[in-house]
Design a protein around this ligand. Structure first.
Ligand code: GLU
Length: 466
């Protein structure tokens, strides 16, 4: 089998299709893509689906869709093919079997017939004696006979395992503390720590970029790479964990922000989320916060990625998303808003865009701001001053061309004549027309409704014609 050629960068992600697509998958994919593309390399998508209990093919599609939505496209993968396929681990079982057989044949692995109860007893014994647990190697020296079920254990050679981490520097682990670990389970399936390095070697992966939770797995995997006679990947990068606001690790069950689908549903722009994810754990060393993808490609490097966990910050994401929304031209924003405003025709959305642009942090907010266009709000309770303000507005608006500017001029006239603050006049109008305290700027709020509808809502609020 060919060995990795370090001059040709190959990176990969290996998500497991066990539920919704996780924000961490997007962040890992992004750092892989940034490093891979900046080095003219190849980005591989491998589906880590050996957990038969939890994997579902539909979750694989969810991973594809989320990555496509973010524009993080892969060069090789189950759907694309490539020279080192298949790219689903469930289709590579023969390869793992061959490798296990080789290790068994060379005495680098052995069958273990211990039952879970026996292993549990060993573990408890170690606990009672206050020593770290390591498998006793009973089945290496004195295996019980007559038991059909077995696992395969790797015979850990011990010593020091060193590797380069592009974020954390030179790492060193004491393998004498690592017991012989299982590489093939009793159902014949490989463990993650076995399948992953076999695939990384077979797929000639040069740089393994993944979450920090795998840092402690790396010495296990490197010992297997060595035992199988492969060349090690050039380097690893263990990315900081993404933490929720409360400092806990972002979990699929507890934190809705872990679910990538949420961002799409809420109308975060994929390019804004990419920008945010790049900054979640990495800093450019300058005050720049808005980056195009090409700028990220040029600026990103692992030596500015932090070691500590990165806390998720909705405020920052919302700010970045608002910036991206404001930078879209009106046609493009209209196009992107369309799925979020199914009740409105394109021309109405287009007319609303200049007003929305200044107020949106995410596209889904548009429906809250505009729902008065397709639902008739209940007339508000108004004090006598407010009734008076609306009465004056109705007079002033009578016969005015129904566009934001003339509407604005007419209402400013009312403001001036009343001597009140603009909001004192605008708020009752807003309440009467939309039923809410927040809406687009008042001139747009009115202009977006047909004139007769706007006028009749105003008149209704003051109990009849002005
Ligand atoms: N399936 C593992 C995960 O999603 C892959 C880890 C790796 O990249 O090796 O965490």
């Amino acid at each position: 089998m060919a060995v990795p050629d370090a001059s040709k960068v190959r990176v990969r992600i290996a998500p497991s299709p066990t539920g919704f697509a996780h924000l961490g998958t997007a962040s890992t994919a992004l750092y892989n893509v940034l490093f891979g593309r900046a080095n003219g390399g190849t980005f591989v998508l491998r589906i880590d689906d050996t957990d038969v209990e939890r994997n579902r093919p539909e979750y694989e599609l969810v991973i594809y869709e989320s990555l496509h939505w973010l524009g993080l496209d892969w060069d090789e993968g189950p759907d694309k093919g490539g020279p080192d396929g298949p790219y689903r681990q469930s289709e590579r079982l023969d390869l793992y079997k061959e490798h296990a057989a080789r290790l068994l044949g060379e005495g680098k692995a052995y069958r273990c017939y211990c039952t879970p109860e026996e292993l549990d007893a060993e573990r408890k014994q170690a606990q009672a004696e206050k020593r770290p647990y390591k498998y006793s190697r009973r089945c290496l020296t004195n295996p019980p006979s007559g038991r059909p079920e077995f696992t395969v254990r790797f015979k850990v050679p011990g010593g020091e395992v060193k590797f380069t981490d592009m974020i954390r520097g030179e790492m060193s682990f004491d393998a004498d503390l690592i017991g012989d670990f299982i590489i093939v389970k009793s159902d014949g399936y490989p463990t993650y720590n076995f399948a992953s390095p076999v695939d990384d070697a077979a797929m000639k992966i040069t740089h393994v970029i993944r979450g920090e939770e795998h840092l402690s797995n790396t010495p296990y995997q490197l010992m297997l790479v060595d035992a199988l006679g492969y060349t090690r990947p050039v380097a690893y990068a263990h990315m900081p964990l993404i933490l929720a606001k409360d400092g806990a690790k972002l979990s699929k069950r507890k934190h809705p922000e872990a679910n990538l689908a949420l961002y799409r549903e809420q109308g975060y722009l994929p390019e804004a989320l990419i920008n945010y994810l790049a900054l979640l754990g990495w800093n450019p060393g300058t005050s720049q916060e808005i980056f195009t993808f090409d700028e990220l490609l040029r600026a990103f490097s692992f030596d500015r990625v932090q070691h500590a966990g990165a806390r998720f910050d909705w405020e920052k994401l919302n700010w970045i998303n608002g910036e991206y929304i404001r930078r879209l031209d009106d046609e493009e924003l209209t196009r992107r808003l369309r799925p979020f405003l199914p009740n409105l025709d394109e021309a109405t959305i287009r007319r609303a865009v200049p007003a929305l642009k200044t107020r949106l942090t995410k596209l889904a907010d548009a429906a809250d701001l505009l729902d008065y266009l397709w639902t008739d709000p209940a007339p508000p309770e108004l004090d006598p001053d407010s009734v008076e303000s609306i009465r004056a507005a109705v007079h002033a608006l009578n016969g005015v061309p129904w566009e934001p500017e003339p509407i604005h001029d007419a209402l400013m006239q009312v403001v001036e004549e009343s001597g009140a603050k603009p909001n004192k006049i605008f708020m009752p109008i807003r309440l009467a027309v939309t039923g809410k305290k927040i809406s687009p700027p008042i001139d747009y709020t009115l202009a977006l409704l047909p004139q007769d509808v706007a006028m009749s809502r105003l008149q209704r609020a003051i109990g009849g014609p002005a």
